[in-house]
Structure formats: C-alpha cells, structure tokens
Design a protein around this ligand. Structure first.
Ligand code: COA
Ligand code: ZN
Length: 328
C-alpha cells in the first residue's frame, strides 16, 4: 500500500456557512446574542471564512432580520474573513455599512430558480449585480459571486455546463469577482459532473478563487468534495452540524456538515486549518439553539478515535472469557 496518502499536508480552505445558509431556514428565530455567540465559537475553530448573515429582505427571510447587529457585534479573529450574502443594492449598502469584509452576490444559473428565489430573470439579476459590484468597488469591498443550481435545477433538471461557465465568465470578467462559488443548492451534483466543472473552471481562471458549495440532500456531499479536490479544488462551503435542513425533515436539505468534512479530510492527510474539537463543541450546542436535532454524524458518534466506555460488567465478562480459555 502506498504510504503517502494523496492529502499529504495539502491545504483545503473551509468556509463556514451555517450562520447564513443554515439559520436562514430555521422556523424559530434564533436570538441575536446566540447567533453572535455561535459565530464567535466558529471563529475560534479557525475556518478560512465565515458567511455571517444575509442582507436580504426581512420579509423574505425573517430569520436573518438582525443582520446588522450580528455583523457588527461578532468578535473578529485575525485570519478569518467575515462575509455576507447580498441580493441587491440595498443589501450591499447595508453590508458595507456593517463592515462586511466581502460581499457574496447571489444569482442562479437556472432561469426558473432565479425567478423563484430572486423574482428576476437572470439578465435582470446580472444587471442588478453589476450595480452592486460598482458600489462594492467604491466601498473597497471585494465581491464574490455564488451561482445557485450550478449542478441542476429542481424545476428544470439539467443545467447546461456551458451556460454555467458563461455565467462564471461574466462574473469574473464583467463584475470583477474575486471568486465564484458553484452551488449545488438542492443536492443534484454527482462526482463526474463536479470533476468536469471544477477542471473547466480551474483551466480557464487559474487565478480566481473557486468554491464548491454542496448540499447533502442525496448523501453525495463528501463524495462530491473528494471529487472536487481530485479535480483541483481547494475551497468548500460547509455548515456546522449540517444545519440547513428543513426543520420538519432534519437532514433533508442541509449543507455538507463542516465537522464531517474536516474529520474525513484530516484522516486523509489534508490540512484544513480547523480545530475539530472546537468545531464539534460548537456543533453540540446547536440542538439547544435551534430546538431540534441536527444531521451531524460526527456530533452523534464522535470522532473515529473518541473511545466509548466498555459495558459496566466488562471485568466480569473478561474474567469469564479468560477462565474459559484456561479450561481449553
Ligand atoms: N434589505 C432590506 N430590505 C430589502 C432588501 C434588502 N436587501 N431588498 C428588498 N427589501 C425590501 C424592500 O425595501 C421592500 O420593503 P417594503 O415592502 O417595506 O417597501 C421589500 O423588501 C420588497 O422589495 P422589492 O425590491 O420589491 O423586492 P422583492 O419583493 O422583489 O424581493 C429580494 C427581492 C431578492 C430582495 C427578496 O426576495 C429577498 O431578499 N430574497 C432573499 C432570497 C434569499 O436570500 N434566498 C436564499 C439565499 S440564496
Ligand atoms: Zn446553499
């Protein structure tokens, strides 16, 4: 067996999106102070970035209506980038005012999903994002673009890979995006497709940050992360506890779970920069925070070598077994 595993210390950047992508779907409002405490705990675990909140319409996403206070009052740890999702100019102004390090602009690679989620055609969204990008430039804040449904649309089915790359091109070349995130919004991505898009992106824009954002809707999350790494990706969005599932069907639509990805990548020899113990501690406080179980398998089972107590009568079992051996 080859002793040098493929990871061999290679850096993989983890971007925590639980406070935004996860909390946005929670039915019960998570109090502002608890959101701040969650982000602070996540900061201590050392991800490369945290998407702290979204400056969206409070009518559309009431769960994140406290975006300003959260972004202003978190403790900023040097080395961690604090980003915020913005859908429009109003969101960008609020985010810049609240000192977001980066703006994550969002549109969909699928026309139907863009209409459903943002109430605009993709062309209208792109025009609006151009305006947002120029405001961000004036404010000296870098913009990133997240393309929802890059791997499939729940209403349209396949999303043409060429057209996904066209939206990447327009984001990088016309909006001046520092990075693009290919989002698997509803868990439709599968490994060969992930490898194709990753390789195509890396070949065309080697200097642009590429992030992969998978949901574990169909259990393919970790397989997709590994396929992306093999194809040259090194940045992933993930959410603590696997938050993001529908509260009525836990685990159904959550992001890939941060601690599951970090745990797997560490075992494979990758350097995620994340302190898994701290991340797990934050994850284990989530059920009390959101009022329901979260999907994380690692929070439930522990890390691979987190040992469990033997049964209470273990000494008796051992003594009897040894007696039997003695009898043979
Ligand atoms: N911040 C605060 N308020 C905002 C806002 C923002 N970024 N954008 C719009 N609003 C408010 C408007 O002021 C208006 O309020 P009013 O009814 O009191 O006048 C209301 O929202 C509707 O504004 P309008 O411009 O007509 O937008 P819309 O109803 O077409 O909504 C979006 C468009 C995109 C702003 C809204 O649907 C939204 O925020 N969606 C969130 C999508 C999302 O986050 N999805 C998950 C992540 S991908
Ligand atoms: Zn998502």
């Amino acid at each position: 067996m080859n002793e040098v595993w493929q990871g061999a210390g290679r850096r993989v950047f983890m971007q925590e999106v639980g406070p935004r992508d996860g909390l946005q779907v929670e039915e019960t409002f998570v109090p502002t102070a608890d959101k701040i405490a969650l982000v602070d705990a996540l900061s201590d675990a050392g991800p490369a970035k945290i998407e702290v909140t979204a400056f969206v319409s409070p009518k559309a996403i009431p769960a994140l209506r406290d975006a300003e206070v959260v972004l202003r009052e978190i403790r900023r740890v040097p080395g961690v980038v604090y980003s915020a999702l913005v859908p429009n100019v109003r969101g960008a102004e609020r985010a810049i005012e609240s000192k977001a390090d980066e703006l994550n602009l969002v549109m969909s690679a699928s026309e139907s999903h863009n209409l459903a989620n943002l109430r605009m055609t993709r062309e209208q969204s792109f025009a609006a994002l151009s305006e947002v990008a120029s405001i961000a430039r004036q404010g000296g804040v870098a913009v990133y673009v997240s393309l929802s449904c890059s791997f499939g649309c729940p209403m349209e089915g396949e999303v043409d890979e060429g057209s996904v790359l066209d939206w990447c091109e327009r984001s990088v070349e016309q909006l001046g995006a520092h990075g693009v995130t290919l989002c698997d919004t509803t868990g439709m991505a599968y490994p060969p497709q992930v490898a194709r898009l990753t390789q195509a992106f890396r070949a065309r824009w080697p200097g642009t940050e590429l992030t992969l954002h998978f949901h574990n809707t169909r259990g393919l999350g970790l397989a997709n992360v590994l396929a992306a790494i093999d194809a040259g990706a090194d940045r992933f969005d993930a959410s603590v506890g696997g938050l993001g599932g529908c509260p009525y069907a836990p685990g159904a639509t959550g992001n890939v779970c941060s601690e599951e990805i970090v745990h797997a990548l560490e075992l494979m020899g990758y350097d995620t920069g994340v302190d898994l113990a701290q991340l797990l501690a934050a994850s284990r406080r989530l059920p009390a925070l959101v009022g329901h179980e979260v999907p994380s398998q690692i929070a439930k089972a522990g890390r691979r070598l987190d040992l469990h107590r033997p049964p209470a009568d273990f000494d008796v079992i051992r003594a009897r077994a040894h007696e039997r051996t003695g009898l043979v």
